[in-house]
Ligand binder design. Structure first.
Ligand SMILES: [Zn+2]
Length: 543
């Protein structure tokens, strides 16, 4: 009897608990595989090369009834929820970045989400971050022990000659004793602790972006994986607390960043105002709390729709400034935007203005952001006006902005309307709503009944039951005829909207009760998992 319970997810990476009989292991973990799976040593046909062709694999791959269940990219899935699945020879995939991504996506597609993934004889301190980032949970000491026999000193930065052990690069017990085998094992255990820490912080991506720099293949795999946006997006949480560090060229292609830009263009509905002002970003988030944005807002005085031009998100309408990751990213500011950055962001801005025409577009920008908007204007054929002289927040520039808006009408706050369209994909009639609270902790009510509030961690809307009444469809989780006591677990879910991502606000609907809460896993995972929390429930209402 085996069970797998996923506790935390961060993209494909996760932490969890794997139980085999009476033994439980917290994952990710490096352990003595022979002790956990004593039969594995004698299981034949579980070590078929990944690169073998389909006929060969079908001929030689053998399925035993025991754990772990061996899976192969070219075979139908033999695993069930809870199993430990073994992918043999995965270290060879690391040498072939394209195949790595093809095989990984094929395996993820057909294997139940609540399985523990074991990469046998593959883990080294230099690749463990990548294996965990790819969704592997369980590892053994075979690869490092082999390096020890070969006289190779292993650390996360790479593999070095045995004599390195005396160099004080590492001061573990193994190094102090001159014991290479002990050092290599301890280095692997240290790395798995570090990886676990970053998964729990929701920063495995940042960790991998920094760790992978010394390994060309790892960088290549990261880029190929990002190109599989439709796969990576399904696993990317819709929101996190904390800072998203956007420090490398690859950060621009993160699923969360691309999804934000895609939703601004495809889902988001701007207010009715037909005058737009393009503004620079600020280091402080949300932008409204920065000194420069206070000045911009004073000068604009609600006479235009405010759009912030920023790398790497592209364009952030004022209403979405709190929303993850717009309210959470931190990016190194040099004033220089590279060619790829400019092309991607100009494309996003052009698509936005093609979809949402304005009577006037006033550009209050300088430097890289100004250059990008000029590129966008050429692509989509808009004719912007320019109001920035000296620095955007200088008195002269602010005065020019004020003058440019002379005679334009004041418009109402449209934050609720904007976030609703971005988050739930609907255009809601927000007439009659009142707002109270201190930004960004805002509460929206209608006829004195609170319908929505802004979650200050994620910057997204939290609907009450009355709020859900205004969202006609989507983000629903269907349960059986029970009243949830505490959270809704995956086996209790009978149906789930497939657009639901981890972190989304959802409405739970059952014949005996409704509940509001936040999804702990994607809609797909809710339907295919036998364990784990599906929805963290906030409120329950009997019906
Ligand atoms: Zn050491």
């Amino acid at each position: 009897m085996t069970t797998t319970e996923i506790k935390r997810r961060d993209g494909l990476a996760r932490t969890g608990i794997f139980t085999l009989g009476n033994r439980s292991v917290r994952t990710p973990a490096v352990l003595d595989a022979a002790a956990l799976f004593p039969d594995l040593m004698s299981m034949s046909g579980t070590n078929v090369p990944l690169a073998a062709d389909g006929d060969f694999v079908r001929m030689y791959h053998m399925q035993h009834g025991d754990q772990p269940v061996s899976i192969h990219p070219y075979l139908d899935n033999p695993a069930s929820s809870g199993d430990c699945v073994l992918v043999a020879n995965w270290h060879t995939a690391l040498e072939n970045p394209r195949d790595y991504v093809t095989w990984l996506c094929a395996l993820k597609e057909k294997t139940p989400p609540d399985t523990t993934w074991y990469a046998s004889a593959a883990a080294l301190p230099s690749n463990l971050h990548f294996l965990c980032y790819s969704g592997f949970d369980l590892f053994d000491f075979y690869a490092v022990d082999l390096k020890s026999i070969q006289g190779i000193f292993c650390i996360p930065e790479g593999e070095f000659a045995q004599k390195t052990i005396g160099s004080e690069i590492c001061t573990c017990d193994g190094c102090r004793n001159g014991d290479l085998r002990q050092h290599n094992r301890l280095a692997l255990l240290r790395e798995i602790s570090l990886v676990t820490q970053f998964i729990e912080l929701g920063q495995i991506r940042e960790f991998v972006e920094s760790r992978c720099r010394l390994h060309a293949n790892h960088v290549a795999i990261l880029r190929h994986l990002d190109n599989r946006y439709e796969v990576m997006e399904r696993f990317a949480p819709i929101a996190r607390g904390g800072v998203m560090r956007v420090n490398s060229g690859e950060s621009m292609n993160r699923a969360e960043i691309r999804r934000f830009a895609a939703r601004v263009v495809n889902r988001y509905h701007p207010p009715e105002t037909d005058v737009a002002v393009l503004l620079p970003c600020s280091a402080k988030k949300p932008y409204s709390l920065s000194v420069s944005h206070r000045k911009f807002r004073m000068a604009i005085a609600n006479r235009a729709h405010e759009l912030v031009v920023t790398s790497p998100l592209g364009i952030v309408p004022r209403e979405l400034e709190t929303v993850y990751p717009a309210g959470h990213y931190d990016v190194p500011v040099t004033g220089y935007w590279d060619a790829e950055e400019c092309a991607v962001i100009a494309g996003t801005i052009a698509r936005y203005f093609e979809k949402n025409p304005y009577r006037r577009i006033i550009v209050h920008l300088e430097g890289g952001a100004l250059k990008v908007v000029r590129m966008a204007a050429e692509i989509c054929g808009i004719t912007p006006e320019f109001s920035c002289c000296e620095h955007p927040a200088s008195p002269a520039a602010l005065s020019a902005l004020d003058d440019a808006l002379a005679g334009e009408h004041h418009s109402k706050d449209s934050r609720l309307h904007g976030i609703c369209s971005y988050q739930f994909g609907i255009e809601m009639d927000t007439r009659g709503f009142s707002v109270r609270g201190r930004f960004p902790a805002l509460f929206y009510s209608r006829e004195r009944v609170q319908c929505f509030s802004i979650d200050t961690m994620t910057g997204m809307l939290r609907p009450t039951f009355e709020g859900w009444d205004l969202i006609p469809q989507g983000y629903r989780v269907l349960i059986d005829d029970f009243v949830p006591e505490g959270d809704v677990l995956a086996p209790g879910v009978k149906g789930a909207d497939q657009t639901i991502r981890e972190g989304d606000e959802v409405l739970v609907i059952g014949s005996r009760a409704h509940a509001t809460g936040r999804a702990s896993m994607s809609g797909v995972e809710m339907l295919h998992s036998k364990r784990g929390v599906a929805v963290r429930v906030r409120k329950v209402k009997r019906v």
